[in-house]
Design a protein around this ligand. Structure first.
Ligand code: URA
Length: 249
């Protein structure tokens, strides 16, 4: 193929991609590439007929691209890559720091003690895991649950960036200081940042920083501010108000 033709093809693909993104922003989840009168349609097969902009499929493609990752030192100590899970079309994404022991064993985010508390918070919000998406800044467990290094966060964080640009949530709940630092590119403490919305630069989502559920397990008094923070998110999501107390005790 000549280079002119290749450039033209690249331009067509780029335009098509922008068009599919635009449709996706308007809630269109799949597009028929051929109309019903196209005689050769059957012979082209399903993949050729549908130009998918399905976020679930895009997430699966991203997961395949990550593969058995060895891009950073965390890969050497992990059992599982904890990619994230939930609703690929969620309007709320919860972002934590990184997998702990139970997450590493099960390949699922937030399934340990902090995860059980997170489930209660979600329940109190009138939500469950099927309605939101849950993931972390780093996908592999740091040794002894230490905080991920800047390098680990920047290598692995770009997969979080991709997850967020596929899901395009309206809100992100940043759980704890690592998630907040990574998402908002700030060094300010979680105590100073929590309780206010910030705009996530690349997706435009509204980010609410709050304390990490593991911190709540050690500091009962942090429950109230967390509840105040999630209520602000709920108010913007139009979820009816409830009381947290009997859900998280
Ligand atoms: N803590 C996190 O930040 N993420 C998990 O998935 C589990 C515990």
């Amino acid at each position: 193929m000549g280079s002119d033709m290749q450039n033209e093809l690249t331009e067509v693909i780029r335009n098509l991609h922008s068009y599919i993104r635009l449709l996706s922003d308007f809630g269109v989840r799949s597009v028929r590439a051929f109309d019903d009168s196209c005689k050769d349609e059957e012979s082209l097969g399903d993949s050729a007929r549908e130009l998918s902009s399905d976020p679930e499929m895009e997430l699966q493609a991203l997961r395949s691209r990550i593969g058995q990752c060895s891009r950073c030192p965390l890969s050497t100590g992990r059992k599982s890559i904890v990619f994230g899970e939930g609703n690929a079309g969620a309007s709320l994404v919860l972002v934590g720091e990184g997998p702990g022991k139970e997450e590493d064993l099960t390949a699922k985010p937030f399934v340990g003690e902090a995860g059980r508390l997170l489930d209660k918070i979600l329940k109190a919000m009138g939500l469950d895991r099927g309605q939101v998406y849950i993931c972390n800044v780093v996908k592999c467990r740091p040794p002894k649950n230490r905080v991920p290094t800047e390098e680990e966060m920047s290598v692995c964080g770009r997969f979080l960036d991709e997850q967020l640009s596929i899901i395009r949530p309206r809100h992100i709940l940043a759980l704890g200081s690592t998630a907040t630092r990574y998402l908002l590119k700030t060094d300010k403490s979680i105590g100073k940042l929590r309780g206010r919305f910030f705009v996530h630069e690349s997706t435009g989502a509204r980010v609410m920083p709050t304390y990490h559920p593991a911190y709540l397990l050690r500091n009962e008094s942090a429950k109230r501010p967390v509840w105040a923070d999630v209520q602000q998110v709920m108010a913007e999501m139009d979820v009816p108000r409830r009381s947290l107390d009997h859900e998280t005790d």
